[in-house]
Design a binder for this molecule. Structure first.
Ligand SMILES: O=P(O)(O)O[C@H]1O[C@H](CO)[C@@H](O)[C@H]1O
Ligand SMILES: O=c1cc[nH]c(=O)[nH]1
Length: 232
């Protein structure tokens, strides 16, 4: 048991899917896992372990933002021996060609997060995806005929920015979409020499103003999950 995860050693698989929303974790476990068992309820951050095609796999919510996912990633790695951390998140498009429900693999994560600024004393660190997981995700998507996009994403400390137009600066430099955790996840994974990948589904567009409902964000996005499950 760690401070924020009420599980015993061995309760959590080496590969874990990490949605921000704990109810998406519940939906993933109940929809895709064989024999899901609840291993965490601390702070309502639901976590389950089951099997998928006979292989042990876990899923747990991370909450929103770099500080929250950093706590869970740290404890999962250091106290429960997790080796592959796969974020399955929603994201807002920064580009005209990145449409609602598109899937984006985050090759790297630019960020305005204060966490890495503190950690690296103001110098820039480039949080990047694990190449093996990335390559495998590309292969799985291809074999399942699931179209994907890949590139630089933006991990923001803000959901509601005071300056809505500020996204255009990142968009001009090729950043595909925005979310709130990937830079933190990739950094913590690198520090502990384990693998991480963020797979994102576009839930809204800052370019067109389109949005999906919170129910859809909780219980759909199957294609992204199908890719993530095969990485176990
Ligand atoms: O859908 P999740 O995984 O929570 O991801 C995105 O959604 C939340 C904001 O609504 C942030 O956590 C952002 O990163
Ligand atoms: O962080 C996020 C996630 C989804 N959509 C956004 O606009 N921002």
């Amino acid at each position: 048991m760690s401070i924020h995860i009420g599980a015993k050693k061995g309760d959590i698989a080496e590969t874990i899917l990490l949605p921000g929303d704990p109810l998406r974790a519940k939906w993933i476990a109940e929809t895709f896992f064989e024999n899901p068992v609840l291993f965490n309820e601390v702070r309502g951050m639901l976590g389950y372990t089951g099997t998928f095609n006979g292989k042990k796999i876990s899923v747990m919510g991370t909450g929103m933002g770099v500080p929250s996912i950093s706590i869970y990633a740290h404890e999962l790695i250091t106290q429960f021996g997790v080796k592959n951390l796969i974020r399955v998140g929603s994201s807002g498009s920064y580009q005209k060609h990145i449409k609602i429900r598109d899937i984006v693999l985050a090759m790297a994560a630019s960020s305005n997060s204060g966490v890495n600024e503190l950690r690296f004393s103001g110098a820039d660190y480039a949080p990047t995806a694990n190449f093996e997981l990335f390559q495998k995700a590309v292969d799985v998507a291809k074999s399942k005929d699931i179209p994907i996009k890949a590139g630089n994403v933006f991990t923001s400390d803000e959901f509601y920015s005071d300056d809505f137009e500020s996204y255009k600066k990142w968009s001009k430099f090729g950043v595909l979409c925005v979310e709130m955790e990937t830079a933190g996840l990739y950094t913590v994974a690198a520090k502990h020499n384990v693998k991480a990948l963020s797979i994102l589904t576009i839930s809204d567009s800052l370019v067109t103003g389109e949005v999906t409902t919170s129910k859809e964000r909780e219980t759909t996005f199957n294609a992204m999950i199908e890719i993530a499950l095969e990485l176990a």
